[in-house]
Ligand binder design. Structure first.
Ligand code: JFT
Length: 250
């Protein structure tokens, strides 16, 4: 998978050089290119914003730098043989970015992220590229950030961990909270490791039993309990029958 990120704060994306995403870049499943939007400005102040038409607070990011940037990035990608990209635009007014979105994005060969600042990007940029590629306007949650870069870090990590060869155990994201299948719409339950006793606190006996069927059922019950406690809105959406199907399959 190829990822391009265009931003006025390229250093904000430095975390993409470490940990899981950093290893995926070094090993190959992920090819990440971060670009400074100001490279495509031509005035002495490297101007990327201007006052909004119609008045109002804040500034709007100008069309020309974004247009030149996306044109250059797409031309470079095509030159290197990439398939058609999707443009991912973080915005507080976007569709929710969910685990399902991450799964769908992880199946694409090339994503171009355009995290912006100020009050957002001039709408004509989205309209222009919407005629050439899928444009996904996405929000990572119902809270307000100062710009899109943090959202890109979240989305890239959620997508990268789904790529083949990135997680050590290919099965480990099967039981993630929100993962499609039996765990869809369920939160993960508690986890334990050695020592068996810590400050007078033991480990649930079932986890030491070696009885895989009972362990799987205990984990399912704990996931349901935790979901009911922390996310009651999800409980009616989950399908307990999916567990029985998955239990029988394991
Ligand atoms: N994704 C996401 C997301 C989220 N979940 N919260 N905030 C954002 C987000 C994403 C992109 C931008 C850009 Cl560009 C500018 N701002 C600041 C802003 C704040 C309020 C109203 N208008 C603009 C962004 C906030």
């Amino acid at each position: 998978m190829r990822l391009d990120v265009v931003t006025i704060f390229p250093e904000y994306l430095d975390p993409l050089n470490v940990s899981l995403v950093g290893k995926a870049r070094a090993r190959g499943p992920l090819d990440v290119h971060v670009h400074d939007l100001r490279r495509w400005t031509h005035d002495r102040h490297n101007t990327v914003d201007d006052t909004p038409y119609g008045g109002g607070p804040g500034m709007v990011m100008k069309t020309c730098p974004w247009g030149e940037a996306i044109d250059t990035v797409t031309a470079d990608g095509y030159e290197q043989g990439a398939a058609r990209p999707a443009l991912v635009v973080p915005t507080p007014s976007g569709r929710p970015f969910t685990q399902e979105t991450a799964v769908r994005l992880s199946r694409r060969p090339w994503l171009i992220f355009t995290p912006a600042r100020y009050e957002g990007i001039d709408r004509r940029v989205i309209d222009e590229y919407g005629t050439r590629m899928p444009v996904l306007e996405l929000s990572i949650g119902d809270y307000v950030l100062a710009g899109g870069e943090a959202a890109v870090l979240v989305m890239v990590e959620a997508v990268a961990r789904l790529l083949p060869g990135v997680l050590g155990n290919a099965e480990s994201h099967r039981d993630d909270s929100f993962a499609p299948g039996a765990m869809a719409d369920l939160l993960e339950g508690p986890v334990y490791t050695k020592p068996p006793m810590w400050r007078g606190r033991g480990v649930p006996e079932v986890l030491l039993s070696g009885h895989h069927g009972r362990i799987a059922r205990w984990r399912r019950d704990e996931a349901l309990r935790r979901t009911a406690e922390h996310r009651p809105d999800l409980v009616e959406r989950c399908d307990p029958a999916a567990f029985d199907k998955q239990d029988r399959a394991t």
